[in-house]
Design a binder for this molecule. Structure first.
Ligand code: ADP
Length: 551
């Protein structure tokens, strides 16, 4: 033989003589090696199918299930007994159209393989995804005897693909928004800047007419204010997004705030108000007028909403004020008869940088940050904003604020300092400033002069500290960023040497932490640049008067 092992089926019986005595052994053997190998192969195939984690289904040509493996039971929840005699339609979820299955049966009916995906339903009713390859099994006459489906549960994979798709769409969207934001910002910054630069160069070239000079000055001032708003908005949105927005709670009268806004807007929007009726609605319930909240932030919320109403309304009306109140809540509103908002956009407008009209062709200016900032502020306050609007029929924004009634205490009335009406020589009144920027120092000099003071400015903190050792002053204006020694450190030294000398710190950073550091350094007040003429005048007057009263 060839050394290969063989399987022999053998029968043995004794060989007997005539006296029935065993005289030998007869053995008949049949080589069954081939048969045995076939059987082992079949066993292997059966084990493969039985133990395969992939679901396998075998049907007859009439689609009646004849066999399913345990992998099928794992995936679908149906046991062999559940499905035997059924058709694979038992798994149908109804989420895929008839056409899909028609194509499947046409393909396998013609003797070809079909591969695709099913959105099926498990025995417990849950939906799952399977990928499947269905093969028709043919006999020697090329007739279909069976169909075999080998499947794979791809629910996890599908979810992963879906998640990746969403993440990709989000990344693309934020990329688009970033580009839009940069374009908007560039426009929002360049427009007022060109106003400032353009009119300053006209003034520099020489303007003799005083009225014209005033007009140009006003344009420069307005452009500067617009620029400040853009920067404030960017800082606010980054504070909101990094969850660093801090609120300053106080007890105040909402009607006073509404009245203040009415006056400001009546003065500011004189041109627009020719065609627009502008009204306020005060709080009906006198008790509910008093709330405990962040007054400045509520002012900011209403200001943003009113600015939008004025921007998007050419004629008709703008109303704002108190819509209603309860012990727990105060509802403010801003309503206009302007262009309104398409329903499909009423959600996205609350997202950062989103506007109804986007891209280069947009008609209205703006950074698209206002409503996102409002939402962020109200979130922090435990309130909310919503809008009722129809395209071309105006908009009504509602602001829901918690009244925090348990915390309402006494109203903090502003302290009014009597300012000394003096006819004394202004020479004795002196303000010392620490400012290394020439333009800012020049500006301070003019403001201070308008208030009747002389200004002594220092670029280097050390020199100013030295000066104060030998000279008296009424107030110190301190910049934060100075060469060699910063403003906080200089303030600490000055306050240690002259505790009664008022110090106002002013900085261009305008971030929350700056205020804290300024207070820690011992200053009496804090201002962020750009300094408004009126605010600066008011602060100087207040602090000098307060100091004089204390003395
Ligand atoms: P911005 O006003 O800077 O564009 P906002 O976040 O304040 O940004 O507003 C987003 C968008 O919502 C606006 O661009 C505008 O399309 C729409 N919108 C807001 N308020 C109004 C309003 N009163 N009337 C019509 N559309 C408005």
């Amino acid at each position: 033989m060839n050394g290969k092992q063989h399987w022999i089926l053998t029968s043995k019986f004794p060989l007997k003589n005539n006296e029935d005595k065993i005289i030998g052994l007869v053995g008949i053997g049949r080589d069954i090696t081939e048969q045995k190998e076939q059987q082992l192969k079949l066993e292997l195939l059966q084990q493969t199918i039985e133990q395969s984690p992939l679901p396998i289904v075998i049907t007859n040509p009439e689609e009646i299930i004849e066999y399913v493996n345990p992998g099928f039971t794992n995936a679908s929840g149906y046991s062999f007994a559940d499905v035997i005699g059924e058709t694979p339609r038992i798994l149908k979820s109804g989420l895929q159209g008839k056409e899909y299955y028609k194509n499947l049966w046409e393909t396998i009916g013609s003797g070809k393989n079909w591969s695709g995906e099913f959105q099926n339903k498990r025995k417990d009713g849950t939906i799952y995804w399977e990928s499947a390859v269905i093969t028709p099994i043919l006999n020697e006459l090329n007739e279909i005897k069976h169909f075999v489906a080998i499947k794979e549960d791809i629910t996890g994979k599908k979810k992963m693909i879906q998640d990746l798709k969403i993440a990709k769409e989000k990344a693309e969207e934020s990329d688009r928004l970033k580009t839009l934001f940069l374009a908007n910002m560039s426009h929002e910054i360049r427009t007022p800047l060109s106003g400032i630069l353009g009119f300053s160069s006209i003034i520099c070239a020489g303007v003799s007419d005083q009225e014209q000079l005033k007009d140009f000055g006003r344009i420069i001032e307005n452009s500067g204010k617009r620029l400040t708003t853009v920067i404030d908005d960017i800082i606010d949105i980054s504070m909101i997004q990094s969850n660093q927005l801090k609120l300053k709670y106080e007890t105040f009268d909402i009607d006073e705030l509404l009245e203040e806004m009415l006056i400001v807007y009546r003065n500011q929007k004189t041109e627009k108000l020719v065609k627009i009726e502008f009204n306020v609605k005060y709080c009906e319930n006198q008790e509910h007028r008093i709330i405990y909240s962040d007054k400045n932030r509520i002012y900011q919320v209403l200001r943003n909403l009113l600015d939008n109403s004025f921007k998007f309304t050419d004629s008709g009306f703008i109303k704002f004020g108190c819509f209603g109140s309860s012990d727990n809540e105060l509802i403010l509103f801003v309503e206009d008869s302007g262009i309104g908002i398409d329903e499909s956009k009423t959600k996205v407008i609350f997202d950062s940088f989103r506007q109804v009209d986007e891209g280069n062709s947009r008609k209205y200016e703006g950074s698209g940050l206002g409503l996102a900032i409002i939402s962020g502020i109200l979130d922090k306050m435990g309130g909310k904003i919503r809008v009722e609007t129809k395209l071309n029929q105006g908009s009504r924004f509602f602001v829901h604020l918690p009244r925090n009634k348990t915390k309402t205490g006494t109203l903090t009335k502003p302290v009014i300092y009597e300012f000394e009406k003096t006819t004394k020589s202004t020479e004795s009144k002196c303000i010392v400033s620490f400012e290394d920027d020439v333009a800012s120092a020049e500006y301070l000099k003019i403001v201070v002069k308008m208030l009747g003071y002389k200004l002594v400015n220092f670029f280097y903190a050390k020199e100013g500290i030295e000066y104060l050792k030998n000279n008296s002053a009424d107030l110190v204006l301190m910049d934060v960023q100075l060469p060699e020694m910063n403003g906080y450190e200089a303030t600490r030294i000055i306050k240690a040497e002259h505790p009664d000398l008022p110090v106002i710190i002013q900085t261009a950073f305008a971030m929350k932490g700056d205020e804290k550091r300024a207070i820690q350094a011992g200053c009496d007040d804090y201002l962020s640049k750009p300094l408004s003429l009126n605010v600066l005048k008011e602060k100087i007057n207040q602090l000098v008067a307060k100091n004089k009263q204390a003395a």
